[in-house]
Design a protein around this ligand. Structure first.
Ligand SMILES: Nc1nc2c(ncn2[C@@H]2O[C@H](COP(=O)(O)OP(=O)(O)OP(=O)(O)O)[C@@H](O)[C@H]2O)c(=O)[nH]1
Ligand SMILES: [Mg+2]
Length: 185
């Protein structure tokens, strides 16, 4: 498949609350993203209540549309609506989570259909705040065991170059001959 053929370059960012989806979109969007963040009731942080939307132009002229879902489970009904038509997905996983594999399984299940029809990457975040037993190999092994062909990488969503790395890897997986690349400004 060539991503330059009349395909809508829609990429969706999914995963649990606080994992860094909105931050990642903000880090790379060419324009200030559409954001629906409000203060979270139980923590001193923001949480998305509808969606994030950003755009990024590739050097070949294509524009990638970036959609972020609200991570809270109470918004699960919105996830398929936001994900509809996506060609690729970044699955976020928070390395601080006490039971990250259980958390991941829940999301893999919820997005099972999308996983089968799109190309996905697992991006592990909050690695700088992870506990000692954090081990990326365990995540990679787990994903493989579940039958998913999904590379696993670590990123800091606050760092533009990290998010660009993830996006370019996803584009490369979608189309190895792809001419469009997202560049660090
Ligand atoms: N230290 C550190 N902070 C991070 C990292 N990733 C995200 N954050 C911070 O974590 C907070 C939550 O990030 P968000 O981008 O709002 O998380 P989200 O996935 O959109 O969360 P929901 O909208 O609730 O689903 C922000 O303050 C980010 O700056 C990371 O890798 N390291
Ligand atoms: Mg968010």
């Amino acid at each position: 498949m060539s991503i330059n053929e009349d395909r809508d370059l829609k990429i969706v960012f999914v995963g649990p609350p606080g994992a860094g989806k909105s931050t990642a979109i903000k880090s790379i969007s060419d324009l200030p993203p559409v954001s629906t963040d409000v203060p979270a009731s139980d923590e001193s942080r923001l949480t998305t209540v509808a969606l994030d939307f950003g755009e990024m132009a590739l050097d070949g002229g294509d524009v990638v549309r970036l959609y972020g879902v609200p991570g809270q489970g109470r918004f699960e009904f919105i996830w398929p609506m936001i994900s509809d038509g996506a060609i690729g997905a970044l699955f976020f996983l928070d390395a601080r989570h006490p039971a990250p594999l259980q958390e991941l399984d829940g999301y893999l299940e919820s997005f099972d259909e999308m996983l089968r029809t799109t190309t996905s990457l697992l991006v592990v975040t909050h690695v700088d705040q992870a506990r000692h037993e954090y081990d990326i190999q365990r995540f990679a092994h787990h994903v493989k065991e579940r039958g998913h062909r999904m590379p696993v990488i670590e990123i800091d969503p606050r760092q533009r170059r990290d998010v660009l790395y993830a996006l370019n890897l996803l584009l490369e997986l979608l189309s190895p001959s792809n001419t469009g690349t997202a560049h660090a400004a």
